[in-house]
Ligand binder design. Sequence first.
Ligand code: FES
Length: 329
Amino acid sequence: MFKVQIKNGPTFSVKPSQTILEAAILAGINLPFGCKSGSCGSCKTKILEGQAFHEEIMPGVLNEAEHKTGQHLLCKTYATSDLIIEDTYSVETNFPPKISPVRVESINQLNHDVIQVVLKLPAGESVKFQAGQYLEFILADGSRRAFSMANCPGDDLIELHIRVIKGGKFTNYILNDMPEKSIHRIELPLGQFYLRDAENPIIFVAGGTGFAPIKSIINYMIKTNNNRKIYLYRGMRFKKDLYQSEVIDDWYSSGLDISVFNIFSDEEVDGAKKKLVHQQVLDDYQSLHDFQVYCCGAPGMIETAYHSFIEYGLQDSNFFSDAFTFAPK
Ligand code: FES
């Protein structure tokens, strides 16, 4: 048994067979977390003193440079000595997650298999989050589903893009138990997918509904007059998978320095060959050395993009990802 002390906070015990996050939850200690599987980054915390073992993790959630400074994902870390860890809530970019009731304002079909769900917080309630973060829906049986927020901080309404999965539990829940005006519970904000300060041009890679957090970040950039150059690649299988093209038109007319590319892997559209989205990025640049890349979508797409982009000169510390692995199977 080892002792873990949160700097200027409580101490709890951890067995060598437990992750630090598991031990903290069992001890009733309030630490941020989301997926518990190393893919969302919510539990990222600095170990200030002591030794720990870190399991392998998803690319882009914790990079080498961060790990070297002592950052760990506590859901993937085992103590091998007594530890002192940072109080994560003292870090300015972390807003403590909270559970809140929400009302369903509207449900709209965005394309053949993506639904937009718009939620409203109780009057007078607002929530602080960083553009790109996600929330969790808490279902009646206590299980949860994670969805990125497509709205931007400061907006009155929360916007989610939900892919309808035939026979899926949450799809059934939306269709049967979530009429407009019904009340539900959510927890937010969660995750570490947000824009990092830098001057580098940005490549966003959005697979399917991975467009949602990227929409949030880009709208936030407009709101805060952030004029970094943006290249957005949207990866889809077919033309019918495209949605919210009107948002892109608004971005073009906003004066934002943005170029948007729709890449289809299973259909030739307007004479363009079928291609995987990461391949189009590789084809368009001689090197990725000077870019920051933000990638959101299926884990396979993120893994492939990460490895090929790093080989193509991207610096490890400039790759950020949000994989759809946190929804329980
Ligand atoms: S809770 Fe640890 S990475 Fe998601």
